[in-house]
Design a protein around this ligand. Structure first.
Ligand code: DX5
Ligand code: ZN
Length: 216
């Protein structure tokens, strides 16, 4: 089980220090929430900041693109140093093209789905992606309440992966904390994203360790 702290919940005036702190505290990946103000009602940062972050850490960067027409920007995010990249199936007419391009460029290809999007929408892509990012809040803001109703979808995805014997990780993102992480893990998460769950904790190391060890 990997833990990917999301820097959206960090103190951005100190982001260098915050990134070093989670790296030192045992994070496995650094989750970067990219928002365009169109696909979601919030704006964060783009490839220039990703490039700056790349220079600050040895952690692999996991960019979560919450942007319309992701196909237009994949190149920039890959050039900026994201080794893991996910885009939303709701945001593009052509997920296949995005997946192919990411694989041509040698990065991990992730497909993200909103809480209301059924798993059936993405099954045709499952044998071609490296990870499925299942949202457990509506994307846009950190610190929201975990939507419990998404747990069966995590199980559905995990069972499908097992039955089809395909190699695809499940990343779960939104509202995860030490209280609900056990349920997320037992539903089948391989990677847990946590914004407030890490950056609003007093002790980052303890928070990451507790999230990682919480098996239901
Ligand atoms: C939501 C983002 C998440 C989220 C993580 O739009 O994709 O990565 O902000 O933060 P928490 O864990 O606080 O929900
Ligand atoms: Zn995210």
């Amino acid at each position: 089980m990997k833990v990917a702290p999301s820097i959206i919940a960090a103190n951005f005036s100190q982001y260098q220090r915050e990134i070093k702190a989670v790296e030192g505290a045992g994070a496995d990946l650094l989750h970067l929430d990219v928002m365009d103000g169109v696909f979601v009602p919030n704006i964060t940062f783009g490839p220039m900041i990703v490039e700056a972050i790349k220079d600050l850490t040895k952690l692999e960067l996991d960019a979560h693109l919450m942007i319309t027409h992701p196909e237009k920007y994949l190149k920039q995010f890959i050039d900026a140093g994201s080794g893991w990249l996910s885009f939303h199936c709701e945001a593009t007419q052509n997920p296949s093209r995005c997946i192919d391009y990411m694989h041509e460029r040698g990065v991990k290809a992730g497909l993200a789905i909103n809480p209301d999007t059924p798993f059936g929408t993405v099954t045709e892509f499952m044998d071609r992606i490296d990870y499925l990012l299942i949202m457990t809040v509506n994307p846009g803001f950190y610190g929201q309440k975990f939507i419990t109703g998404v747990l069966p979808k995590i199980e559905e995805a995990k069972n499908y992966i097992g039955r089809q014997k395909i190699n695809c990780m499940v990343e779960v993102d939104g509202g995860i904390n030490v209280e609900n992480a056990a349920r997320v893990c037992s539903a089948g998460a391989d990677i847990i994203v946590a914004g407030a769950g890490v950056f609003k904790a007093k002790d980052y190391r303890k928070a990451i360790a507790e999230l990682r060890c919480s098996r239901g």
